[in-house]
Design a protein around this ligand. Structure first.
Ligand code: HEC
Ligand code: HEC
Ligand code: HEC
Ligand code: HEC
Ligand code: HEC
Ligand code: HEC
Ligand code: HEC
Ligand code: HEC
Length: 497
């Protein structure tokens, strides 16, 4: 019965013989209506929801949970939502006045894009923390930074062969949405309402949303809020297990510019995760080191509430996710202390460029966290390690890691000196766009791919060959040699010393 598409009248019959839903919490009348149709339309969605915590608990029961295993951080929940499962109508009908994609649907005012602000009705702490994370600002951090826009243009611009050169014209929206903004998030905009004939319910109205579908971390939503919780809490299971597994992060943190997953996968921690995850528990809250798992996933080091065997808190959960990060590895163009605010569009280096470092390797210190805050964050990260490693191990690791930051920054400085010499001599046109010529791309490879890869491998437990031959030190040395030859050739200097 569930697999057939039916006419309006056949469906009217189904409406009177609704299938029973296996949820532990009572379902609101409104959601029962949604389910009647949507179990036929979208059995995948309904099945995931049925298994989710949202279908198994009422907000009233959830706020009465005391201690660390409480999942709902709101102090109080609006009466209308308290006593029933969190169902289709509860989420898609929340705050109806706030959403530009509001549409009338079978007697209900709904919206398609359930935003972080909607989730914050019940999960305000997580939403507030996430707003302090670079991820929730990932749209503007890229789209509103003039220099990064040049980098984007050098990659996505439409190439045309004109006057003996490649010129890049402005790219199209489809390409931007599918490339950079797939991860960084798009800006959603209402285009209007369209009426479509549906098999199940006749003529219905639907919002047409530019930039959607998209679940990028910094998406600008139709209620003005930033981000998408479903980047990690995939709809409609919204499962903590999914979020705790590294595959969730892999989708965006894969490289070669940001190879966190690659290095993790080939580290000892990643190996232990792959070998033993079937025997680990990814659902328990709080998460007990030793009992639930014995090697960390991304979430364990960066996000999770962790306790030790005595139930004592080792680290607090944080959706801010940078509060264990003293350094920013991603070099723009050098690794540097972490930015003090997640909106990095305001940063200016000493040359007035919107970058956290200048080309000489200096830091835009006024916009970055200070020594005291770095110490606090380092201690928070090391508190996690110290449950499975001794102090000597962790300190030895950290000394090498910070040495790698200093060393890769020095390598980038050398590459940048060569690049600057090429620009200054007029041997490349750096002014218009410092990222688009072939020689500039050799320089970019050095800081964007190789230096980053070496640092990520160093930070996340030494990811096998990634720090050396595969996108690591070998490639760095090779590109530096290429860049030096390029300089001598362009300058007319003999290649041999
Ligand atoms: C009489 C049947 C019916 C009822 C009742 C119903 N829907 Fe729908 N709904 C539909 C149909 C048909 C579609 C279109 C499906 C498609 O195009 O794939 C749809 C689409 C949707 C969409 C997607 C809109 C889009 O633009 O992609 C959402 C969200 C939705 N419904 C939520 C709900 C919620 C929440 C309720 C309960 C308050 C509900 N629906 C009740 C029939 C129904
Ligand atoms: C906890 C809140 C929540 C609940 C409960 C919920 N949804 Fe959603 N729904 C979302 C979110 C979040 C999205 C993703 C929107 C986005 O970020 O683009 C979504 C997306 C959708 C979409 C569009 C996705 C697609 O792939 O086309 C449909 C249709 C939909 N929901 C229907 C339902 C139905 C039917 C139910 C009840 C079984 C339901 N939702 C329950 C939050 C919820
Ligand atoms: C009306 C209140 C309400 C809204 C709105 C709501 N939730 Fe929940 N959420 C709950 C309740 C209740 C639970 C289950 C609590 C329990 O089991 O103790 C829960 C549990 C969760 C969990 C834990 C799941 C697990 O596997 O342990 C996540 C993650 C979550 N919600 C994310 C979201 C996201 C993302 C949104 C917005 C798209 C959202 N919630 C909207 C009430 C809500
Ligand atoms: C597969 C997902 C993904 C895609 C596609 C992607 N990025 Fe990113 N981007 C990331 C991640 C993840 C980070 C942050 C990495 C980190 O913090 O280590 C990031 C960070 C950045 C930053 C640094 C922003 C800051 O905080 O200063 C820039 C600039 C950037 N990306 C540019 C681009 C451009 C340009 C494109 C398209 C050509 C693009 N990205 C496509 C995932 C992506
Ligand atoms: C949909 C893509 C996407 C997913 C999924 C994703 N990230 Fe990110 N993440 C990004 C982007 C893009 C940035 C960089 C934003 C910027 O610099 O403006 C980022 C930045 C970060 C940062 C730096 C935050 C800060 O404020 O310094 C951390 C840490 C991080 N991600 C961890 C994770 C973890 C852990 C997971 C998995 C549980 C994950 N991310 C899943 C896209 C994603
Ligand atoms: C970058 C990935 C990522 C994004 C985006 C994200 N979360 Fe989470 N979330 C996680 C991880 C990982 C955990 C598991 C934390 C733990 O183990 O303690 C988690 C846990 C939760 C929990 C706790 C569940 C429990 O059982 O106690 C809630 C509630 C939650 N998230 C809500 C949200 C909301 C609301 C948003 C959007 C504002 C959001 N999350 C965005 C990764 C993410
Ligand atoms: C053993 C703990 C550990 C694990 C596991 C781990 N990380 Fe990290 N991560 C670190 C450390 C340490 C740093 C560097 C701290 C700093 O930058 O100050 C870091 C840095 C980062 C950053 C910041 C990068 C930047 O540009 O500043 C991101 C993003 C990140 N990790 C994502 C991930 C993802 C995704 C995974 C899983 C695939 C993961 N991490 C697994 C410990 C870990
Ligand atoms: C939940 C336990 C756990 C946590 C937390 C943890 N590790 Fe590990 N780590 C392990 C185990 C187990 C191994 C494998 C030991 C072996 O090879 O015998 C390992 C291996 C390593 C290795 C690989 C060394 C090598 O030479 O193969 C490094 C480096 C490392 N950890 C650093 C860290 C750092 C730094 C942190 C914190 C940011 C951390 N670990 C957090 C369990 C953990």
């Amino acid at each position: 019965m569930k697999s057939i598409r039916c006419s309006f009248w056949i469906c009217a019959i189904f409406l009177f013989s609704s299938p029973a839903f296996s949820t532990e919490a009572p379902i609101s009348d409104a959601t029962l209506e949604c389910l009647d149709c949507h179990v036929l339309l979208h059995p995948g969605i309904v099945a995931e929801w049925e298994k989710s915590r949202h279908a198994q608990s009422t907000p009233e029961a959830a706020v009465s949970v005391e201690g660390l295993s409480r999942k709902v951080s709101a102090e109080s929940i609006p009466d209308a939502l308290k006593m029933t499962a969190v169902g289709c109508a509860e989420c898609h009908g929340l705050r109806p006045g706030a959403h530009k994609d509001r549409f009338e649907h079978n007697g209900y005012a709904l919206h398609v894009v359930v935003s972080p602000k909607d989730c914050s009705v019940c999960h305000p702490v997580e939403t507030d923390q996430f707003s302090k994370n670079l991820m929730s600002h990932a749209y503007a951090n890229l789209a509103e930074n003039a220099l990064y826009q040049k980098l984007e243009h050098s990659i996505l611009g439409k190439p045309a062969f004109k006057n003996d050169r490649i010129h890049q014209d402005v790219t199209d929206d489809g390409t931007r949405e599918e490339a950079c903004y797939y991860c960084h998030g798009t800006r959603l905009e209402m285009e209007g309402i369209e009426t479509r004939e549906t098999e199940l319910a006749g003529k219905l109205e639907f919002p047409m949303i530019r930039g959607w579908p998209n679940q990028g971390v910094g998406r600008i939503n139709l209620d003005g809020s930033k981000g998408s919780c479903s980047a990690c809490h995939t709809r409609h299971a919204f499962s903590i297990e999914t979020a705790r597994k590294p595959y969730t992060c892999k989708e965006c943190h894969m490289g070669p510019d940001v190879p966190a997953f690659k290095v993790y996968e080939s580290s000892k921690h990643g190996n232990l995760f792959s070998s033993h995850q079937a025997a680990w528990n990814f659902q328990n809250v709080p998460w007990t080191i030793g009992k639930d798992f014995t090697a960390p996933s991304c979430a364990a080091c960066h996000v999770s509430l962790l306790v030790n065997a005595d139930g004592a808190v080792v680290s607090n959960r944080s959706h801010q996710m940078n509060d264990r990060l003293p350094w920013r590895l991603f070099g723009l163009i050098y690794a540097h202390p972490h930015p003090a605010t997640p909106d990095i569009t305001r940063i200016r280096n000493k040359d007035g460029l919107p970058l956290p470092t200048d080309f000489n390797g200096g830091f835009a210190t006024a916009y970055l966290i200070n020594e005291k805050e770095r110490h606090r964050r380092k201690t928070a990260m090391q508190a996690v390690c110290l449950n499975c490693h001794g102090t000597t191990w962790v300190q030895g690791f950290w000394t090498r890691f910070e040495n790698t930051l200093v060393r890769t920054n020095a390598d980038i400085r050398t590459a940048t000196q060569l690049m600057e010499a090429i620009w200054e001599e007029g041997l490349a046109d750096g002014k218009e766009n410092p990222f688009d010529e072939a020689v500039e791309k050799k320089w970019i490879d050095i800081w964007l791919f190789y230096a980053n890869t070496i640092r990520f491998a160093s930070a996340m437990g030494c990811g096998g060959d990634y720090a050396v031959f595969a996108d690591g030190r070998y490639m760095m040395a090779r590109s530096l040699a290429d860049l030096a030859d390029e300089w001598r050739l362009r300058k007319g200097l003999p290649i041999a010393p």
